[in-house]
Design a protein around this ligand. Structure first.
Ligand SMILES: [Zn+2]
Length: 60
């Protein structure tokens, strides 16, 4: 199967204008100031919020 009509360069580039990747948004952990994802547990200390703290494997 072939395309019925050729898409112009502008049409192709306009379509691909939405394809760029956005950088990952990171915030600093209030406990250890390590970078972590917002609304996620800290991979270093397991901090989520003031009431919640997850257990992480032994620190070095
Ligand atoms: Zn942390």
């Amino acid at each position: 199967m072939l395309p019925v009509t050729k898409k112009s360069k502008m049409r192709k580039r306009t379509r691909r204008s939405h394809h760029a990747l956005k950088p990952v948004h990171l915030i600093a952990c209030p406990q250890c100031s390590q970078a972590r994802l917002p609304h996620g547990a800290c991979p270093n200390c397991g901090y989520v919020n003031t009431h919640t703290k997850l257990k992480v494997s032994a620190e070095e």
